[in-house]
Write a protein that binds this ligand. Structure first.
Ligand code: B12
Ligand code: SF4
Length: 524
């Protein structure tokens, strides 16, 4: 049987980073079946085009995965496929919590022939076998232990994902028109991929708005260090072979949840020479450990995603996240910046103690810190989270099934001290102010002492991050963006030329510093 795994697009970005679930399920598919992957963010298709693709390819089963945010879109694609007689199985965090909705058991239309609840590592092979035998059941659920909880995959052994050979073309982050120029840069930047790797699953913290503790459980499971190192080595080797760049997003919810384990993993990465530039999510309270931060830097850590949520401790207490202290954020960011590591700082607006002006207050504070990549969301009650249950019980949900009419930046409940419209205006203002060309320039100037490769990476990361929420699709949007940021680009180019000239004047060749290596394209 031929199977398609499909990820619906999020309506904003195109190719940012592939979703791990697709590669994982592909690797777990029993022999004798062929699996194709299409990510709508990277390879946009209309519903009709997707149906035609499946018919042309003779696809017998389509697996669709989706977060709550994209579920309405996922249902539309699933409906079109089922109308054409193609079987659809859905999985992921949303349908796990709302399987009645996906199966049309709640009085609404049916969207899926089958749903996979929870982690599907163990159930996927059975789904494939049943579909091939035309015996698909409606619900697939992991086996249950004696306490009635799902038996979770141990991640040891971990499936072999063939990163060394998978076709990743749809996920290249370099816009096509820039590739010829970028391929002359340093060791070759004509291709640049961010690859998702997990080293463990689960988080015990139980923040009120988060799906993770409920979905993956509060017990944490880790892969072996060897299996993670092996994946990194295969990617690194591929990068060399193809003159492209691979960076890794360790998608664990809190990579440092067990600091001893993380230190041992990072030491093994360094010992094996498996360092690649990496990004990971780590909560601020775990980043005060100097030894850990040294190892992060040495093993290739470049950006740390920190869920800061709010600069107001009252808000942090409201959402059960008091373990993360806003008063410590500046020191944590300074510690990272001393090693040329910067942070993706994530904030949530629309908490109950927020008032009008929260965007400016937050951005003023952010701008007084080391520069980073701030991202702003809103407090969103995802199904089955403690937050959802609290707001529902209090009768505060204005759109209890907000996901079926998703609207960007429109909250499903009114915060206590602001209106929904005010929260929307605040969020958009925070994004616009944080990624204006002026702010990009100021951020670059504030790290004038950092190596030029760090600064180039900072500016381009800002361009990509702006694109998480502001549509930035296609060459024209990129040309406009680059033009608007010409001051910053000129600043870096001038500095690059200076470094090159200095290098040419040097009497004897010296080992090439990374910063020089990365701007070789300026030599023309
Ligand atoms: C990486 C990540 C991202 C990446 C992008 C996703 C990517 N390209 O990988 C980034 C950082 C961009 C991101 C953004 C957001 N994310 Co996010 N993200 C994650 C994270 C940390 C890891 C995802 C992952 O790969 N997990 C590992 C894989 C193996 O697990 P999985 O995807 O769940 O897949 C398993 C099962 O679900 C199932 N399965 C999944 N799909 C399918 C499909 C089929 C057919 C089958 C059979 C089974 C199946 O099988 C898999 C193996 O067991 C998760 C948290 C988490 N730990 O999962 C949050 C998570 C998915 N994100 C979440 C959210 C809310 C967001 C944002 C909306 C946040 C925001 N407010 O801005 C944005 C959306 C931005 C956008 N424009 O789309 C929520 C989703 C909750 C929900 N109910 O939808 C999660 C669960 C975290 C949380 N705090 O609750 N995210
Ligand atoms: S620390 Fe992160 S992953 Fe863990 S419960 Fe809180 S928000 Fe979710």
């Amino acid at each position: 049987m031929k199977i398609l795994l499909y990820n619906p697009d999020n309506g904003v970005t195109r190719n940012f980073m592939p979703h791990l679930w697709m590669f994982l399920l592909q690797a777990l598919t029993p022999e004798g079946h062929e699996v194709l992957l299409v990510d709508g963010n990277a390879r946009a298709m209309t519903r009709a085009e997707l149906v035609k693709f499946c018919q042309d390819e003779n696809i017998g089963l389509v697996g669709i995965g989706s977060m709550t945010r994209m579920i309405a879109r996922a249902y539309q694609f699933a409906d079109a496929l089922r109308d054409a007689g193609i079987k659809v199985v859905m999985g992921g965090p949303h349908v796990t919590e709302c399987f009645d909705e996906a199966l049309g058991r709640d009085g609404g239309p049916r969207h899926a022939d089958a749903v996979a609840l929870g982690e599907a590592d163990a159930t996927w092979p059975q789904i494939v076998i049943d579909a091939a035998n035309n015996e698909l059941k409606e619900i697939y659920q992991p086996e249950i232990d004696e306490k009635g909880s799902d038996i979770k995959p141990s991640l040891q052994p971990y499936p072999h994902i063939p990163w060394e050979s998978i076709d990743l073309e749809q996920f290249s982050l370099i816009p096509k028109f820039l590739r010829p120029l970028m391929s002359r840069l340093g060791k070759g930047w004509g291709k640049f991929f961010v690859v998702p790797i997990e080293t463990g699953r689960g988080c015990p913290y139980g923040c009120e708005f988060c799906t993770v503790t409920g979905f993956f459980g509060d017990s944490i499971r880790f892969r072996t260090n060897e299996s993670v190192v092996d994946e990194l080595l295969r990617l690194k080797e591929r990068g060399k072979r193809e003159r492209g760049q691979f960076a890794v997003f360790f998608i664990d919810d809190n990579l440092a949840i067990n600091k001893k384990r993380l230190k041992s993993l990072l030491r093994d990465i360094i010992a094996a020479g498996a360092e690649l530039p990496w990004v990971a999510q780590i909560s601020a309270n775990l980043l005060a450990d100097e030894e850990l931060v040294d190892l992060i830097a040495e093993s290739g850590g470049r950006w740390i995603f920190i869920g800061m949520e709010s600069i107001d401790p009252a808000n942090m207490a409201d959402v059960n996240k008091s373990f993360s202290k806003p008063a410590n954020y500046r020191a944590v960011l300074d510690g990272l910046a001393r090693r040329n590591i910067y942070a993706i700082t994530s904030f949530i607006f629309g908490m109950d103690n927020d008032t009008v002006g929260v965007a400016d207050r937050t951005v003023d504070e952010i701008e007084s810190w080391q520069p980073g990549l701030p991202v702003f969301g809103q407090l969103t009650p995802f199904p089955s989270t403690p937050l959802y249950k609290r707001l529902e019980a209090a009768g505060r949900l204005e759109r209890p099934r907000h996901w079926l009419d998703f609207a960007q930046f429109v909250m499903a409940h009114a915060p206590q001290k602001m209106s929904i419209e005010e929260a929307r205006t605040e969020t958009i203002h925070a994004w616009s102010r944080s990624y204006s060309p002026e702010r990009n320039h100021a951020a670059l100037v504030s790290i004038a002492d950092a190596p030029i490769d760090t600064r180039i990476s900072h500016l381009f990361a800002r361009f990509f991050f702006r694109g998480i929420y502001f549509p930035q699709i296609g060459s024209w949007a990129w040309i406009k963006l680059l033009f608007a940021n010409r001051r910053s680009l000129l600043l870096l180019s001038r500095e690059g030329i200076r470094i090159l000239l200095a290098r040419r004047r040097r009497p004897a060749p010296e080992p090439i510093a990374p910063e020089i290596d990365q701007i070789e394209y300026l030599e023309g």
